[in-house]
Design a protein around this ligand. Sequence first.
Ligand code: A3P
Length: 279
Amino acid sequence: MEELYKKLPQHTYSWLQGRATLYNCPKTGTTWQKALSFAILTREKFDHAAGSPLLTTLPHDCVRFLENLHLAKIKENPSDLPLLGTHLPYSSLPKSVIASNCKIVYIYRNIKDVIVSYYHFFREIVNLSEENAPFEEAFDDFCRGISIFGPYWDHILEYWKASQERPDRFLFLKYEDLKKDASSNVKRLAEFIECPFSVEEEKAGVLENIIKMCSFDSLSNLELNKSGMYQADEAFVLERRLFFRKAKDGDWENYFTDAMKEKIDKLIDEKMSGTGLLL
Ligand code: A3P
């Protein structure tokens, strides 16, 4: 990991000073979180009804990943927004990022739905049918902590513990809450990243328009997200549609056996009790 950090543009850490970064585990709502944050911060610059880059560019190209900034094929943050995303665990962040005082927005999601989303995403990337990629195996791997950025609970717990020391620096958003009450939670997000909505804006429907433009229905139905490709890495290109599957809460019920449910509930209990974060 240290080798990777050496390749990051030198100005990255100073650029992060006092700015916002978006953190999370894959499949917990990264794409949505990026779209909303980008729309909040650019609402004066772009007419969201027609001219937003979110209508012509995948959210991951509007807000870059910290871990990808060194890649030659990936240009630097296109709009020079005070915003970056990352899936890196807290303990793997460069010390200078931790010291940078950037604000941290952490999105998390019901772990059972994350497992199902993760399963389909990686199954499709390697082009395997459901028959050839048994869900049970994916489930067991996930429970053993075998996932791309490490065990889900370690990821969330590390950020949560850090937030106990510096609560002013962290905002935890729950995917399901964002769905249930988009207005309040998008307002919280906007306030936290220091770009709050004014009363006039709310009256004029700016908040509602942003929520609508960034909704699953809106983004997943854009032609560019249905058929285009995303350059995730120097050597890794994937279909944009893979970022938009169902976005349904409780899809796990179609996959989990009673034994799986019992196992994961026990794990969640063991790992997360006392945090107040319900997975
Ligand atoms: P499902 O696989 O359950 O459908 P990530 O963006 O972190 O990769 O997470 C992907 C999950 O978020 C997928 O969940 C995807 O469908 C869902 N998603 C993508 N865009 C969304 C949006 N605008 N609103 C709500 N959910 C969204």
